[in-house]
Design a protein around this ligand. Structure first.
Ligand code: AMP
Ligand code: ZN
Length: 476
């Protein structure tokens, strides 16, 4: 499998440090609200990579963290421009989970356990395979303390004047390589490095590994050698990934906004303790827009998987819509796009149901080859899907062969294409009546009447075909 690697800025072959085993770490959700469909698009990328590697007979070990503490309302770096929402708490100073707890009068745990459950449900709706581990930040505090201790011992970290512990950015010579930011360009006053707001650190680009808790913070704090406090957001991903995957992580995924500072800082932390380049391949998914605008609660422009279900669409239509766009390009989702994908999905399932009645035949090799080549070439799913459309229409390929090829490739697509096999179409009473009338019209050679009835039947969602055996009806 070839994937674009943000670090080398090239599409490169994925190489695993252990033969036949791919270790994958995916930055997960911050569980203070429902994940929106943009988050889901990013999570889907990990699923496609893991499905691809399993298809090539790799074993995969996937870890996705659950951020339930330490993600401040405005420390997403470049993503601020896309994702910052004033509804989520006060910039820089407020933990997103606590802000939501205060707003709703619930405890932090009530908030996080509710949204964690919702996250797993959304993944299941989109046929995203569960990860092997879902470590929570709040349950990984010991491992974060151990990590910070090692960074302190090796002088990559220091206690600031406010008793928080900071990473010394200048102690990591290649800081900035991942995102292309250079230390000398990260000037004080840079939006996320406002010196005045953190006077206790030695250098403007240093960041907090552990933050001392103010007296107003009554939840989500822990005792440590440096006092009572809570972890900085970037600390958790280093601690949990090193713990569960070791010091050679083959693929690390996340949304593009995480490239800086989150992943830049994670890389500095992890490499500093491991003494090596920990992540082999950095994969970043571009952002999703909805109706041409960023998704933001304050402007009412957030769409959830549940909203799609509530409108009567199959949630896998969303999956197909995502597959029709390259993960590395920004995508503008609209209701029309979802509706078109829903129709396409229904049509494919109907076709597959029809083809399933034919004699089984070997797969269509040329289509199989071109599909897999495209899929494994940096997940060129839009072009791969196009190949399936061509296959669907190709008169030289038998129904049995189309059936085998579609079903085989669905293990990569995850669209449940076999769902309608064996399903008999229920024809409503009203349509049956119209069919009888059309039969009569045709016996009487009333072609105009017959055509009108065909249109009336189409308006009710069915297509009539005239065959030597009589009228044949299929849903459209
Ligand atoms: P969060 O729950 O905010 O920590 O985000 C979870 C994941 O979704 C991260 O990998 C983000 O980079 C990603 N993400 C956030 N907003 C979007 C968006 N609009 N489109 C695609 N991915 C996003
Ligand atoms: Zn992370």
């Amino acid at each position: 499998m070839r994937l674009y690697d943000t670090m080398s800025r090239t599409v490169r072959q994925v190489e695993t440090s252990t033969p036949r085993l791919a270790r994958i770490y995916a930055c997960g959700p911050t569980v203070y609200r429902d994940a929106h469909v943009g988050n889901m698009r990013t999570f889907l990328v990990t699923d496609l990579i893991a499905r691809g590697l399993r298809h090539q007979n790799y074993r995969t070990l996937v870890v996705q963290n659950i951020t339930d503490v330490g993600h401040m309302a405005n420390d997403t770096g470049l993503g601020d421009a896309v994702d910052f929402d004033p509804d989520e708490g006060q910039a820089d100073t407020e933990d997103k989970v606590l802000a939501q707890a205060n707003r709703t009068g619930k405890s932090a745990l009530e908030i996080t356990s509710h949204y964690e459950k919702a996250f797993h449900k959304d993944l299941a709706e989109l046929n995203i395979y569960p990860a092997d581990h879902y470590p929570k930040a709040s349950e990984s505090i010991d491992s974060m303390i151990a990590l910070i201790t090692r960074l302190m011992d090796s002088e990559h970290a220091y206690v600031g004047h406010d008793k928080s512990v900071y990473f010394n950015a200048r102690s990591f010579p290649t800081y900035g390589t991942l995102s292309g930011n250079r230390l000398d360009q990260l000037k004080p006053g840079h939006r996320f490095d406002v010196v005045e707001s953190e006077p206790s650190k030695e250098f403007h680009a240093d960041w907090a590994l552990w933050k001392v808790a103010g007296s107003d913070r009554t939840q989500l704090t822990w005792d440590t050698p440096w006092g009572r406090g809570f972890p900085g957001w970037h600390t958790e991903c280093s601690a949990m990934s090193l713990d569960l995957l070791g010091e050679a992580i083959d693929i690390h995924t996340g949304g593009i906004d995480l490239r800086f500072p989150h992943h830049e800082d994670e890389r500095a932390q992890s490499n500093s303790v491991a003494g090596r380049e920990v992540v082999g391949h950095w994969v970043h998914a571009e952002h999703l827009l909805f109706e041409n605008r960023k998704m933001s609660k304050s402007t009412g422009n957030v769409v959830l998987v549940q909203d799609i279900i509530d409108r009567g669409f199959d949630p896998l239509a969303l999956r197909l819509a995502f597959l029709q766009h390259r993960y590395r390009s920004q995508m503008n989702l609209t209701w029309d796009v979802i509706s078109a994908a829903n129709e396409q999905l229904t049509r494919w399932r109907t076709r597959i149901n029809e083809w399933s009645e034919s004699e089984s035949e070997p797969m269509a090799q040329t289509y199989l080859d071109s599909f897999t080549e495209l899929f494994f070439d940096d997940l060129n799913t839009p072009a791969a899907i196009n190949e399936l459309r061509n296959l669907e229409r190709d008169p030289s390929i038998s129904a049995g062969s189309k059936f085998e090829t579609f079903i085989h490739l669905d293990s990569l697509l995850g669209l449940d294409l076999a769902r309608d096999i064996g399903k008999r179409t229920e024809v409503p009473e009203e349509v049956q009546q119209l069919l009888i009338e059309r039969d009569t019209a045709r016996i009487n050679k009333d072609w105009a009447g017959s055509d009108q009835l065909r249109e009336a039947i189409a308006a009710l969602g069915f297509i009539v075909k005239d065959t030597p055996q009589g009228q044949e009806i299929t849903p459209h």
